[in-house]
Design a protein around this ligand. Structure first.
Ligand SMILES: [Zn+2]
Length: 316
């Protein structure tokens, strides 16, 4: 073995979809973690859903401050891991204003404007005024090239305690009209409500027939292959994150998807990759370097249990 060879790092990459293995040799001096090596292969990622407005990125957990805001370090790790662009998700009017503010801070950041199904109670006071404010924000942001979708909106029947089904349905439809009037794609959330979601989308957009343009994405998908096929058939993509790869049934669904309709996301700080998830046998999870509990945070550390965009490399 010559000197050059001794410096080669090898990683084996398995594919969840075709189950094939591929060994990649990287000519760099080691030692490097798998995460660093994956980013060195030159893959570029777009995280289509990161909740960077979440208080956890300000160091606040369940209302209690634990460390300094570290969003800058989070973003630096993301760019170093091969992220090319990140879409910051908004889930309420204030949240969307913050998301746009973050997006304006870096040419690689974008944002969405919409109200999450569990937050649709926000509309009840003065629906017309809230819709108008959302429209204005989305219009201004999209003219700047920063707001790229209406969302996240949709239906969440797992968390009706936050907002009734009736209210969710009413304001989901209003937001569909907003997206259509502004000609923006949709960033949709769906939990335990696929049948209603598909019915409403079919009614709103009509059957796909020869429509070619994509209408948006159903993010954090954890439904069945049949539901995914119906959603794709309407002209939507499927967003995959850690929550979409938890159990073998999820992997079967992902295997059934055409790669042309898969979009990757982290949904950080949620949906972190865990070694107990089904996907772990394909891309063994290694925590980001210097991972500590939130109480032990220092500059440059990552937080146990808080997902961040650099983990996108595991969603492949
Ligand atoms: Zn969601």
């Amino acid at each position: 073995m010559d000197a050059a060879q001794s410096h080669r790092n090898r990683i084996s990459i398995s594919c969840i979809r075709c189950r094939g293995n591929r060994e990649v040799v990287i000519n760099v001096e080691g030692p490097y973690s798998k995460l660093q090596m994956l980013s060195m292969i030159g893959r570029k990622f777009i995280d289509i859903g990161a909740n960077l407005t979440d208080p956890m990125f300000q160091g606040i957990y369940n209302g209690s401050p634990k460390h300094e805001p570290d969003i800058k370090s989070v973003l630096n790790r993301a760019w170093n891991a091969g992220l090319d662009k990140i879409i910051v998700t908004g889930g309420s009017l204030d949240d969307c204003k913050d998301a746009l503010k973050i997006a304006r801070g870096d040419g690689r950041l974008y944002s969405t404007v919409g109200v999450h199904p569990t937050r649709c109670g926000d509309f009840e006071n003065d629906p017309e005024s809230l819709l108008e404010q959302l429209k204005q924000l989305a219009e201004d942001g999209s003219k700047e090239g920063k707001v790229v979708a209406i969302g996240e909106c949709g239906l969440d029947y797992d968390r009706l305690k936050f907002c009734s089904k009736e209210t969710q349905l009413k304001y989901f439809e209003k937001q569909l009209h907003l997206a259509t009037s502004l000609k923006l794609p949709l960033f949709l959330h769906c939990r335990n409500a696929a049948s209603d979601l598909i019915d409403i989308l079919t009614k709103h957009f009509g059957p796909k027939e020869d429509r070619r343009e994509l209408l948006g994405v159903v993010h954090s998908f954890d439904g069945t292959s049949k539901e995914a096929a119906e959603i794709i058939n309407l002209g939507f993509c499927i967003g995959i994150n850690g929550c979409s790869l938890k159990v073998e049934g999820n992997l079967e669904c992902v295997r059934s998807l055409p790669s042309s309709h898969i979009l990757l996301e982290t949904d950080s700080p949620w949906c972190e990759p865990r070694p107990t998830h089904a996907w772990n046998c394909f891309v063994p999870y290694q925590p980001l370097p210097s991972q500590v509990k939130k109480e032990k945070w220092q500059h440059g550390c990552t937080i146990k249990g808080r997902n961040e965009p650099a983990n996108i490399v595991y969603v492949i």
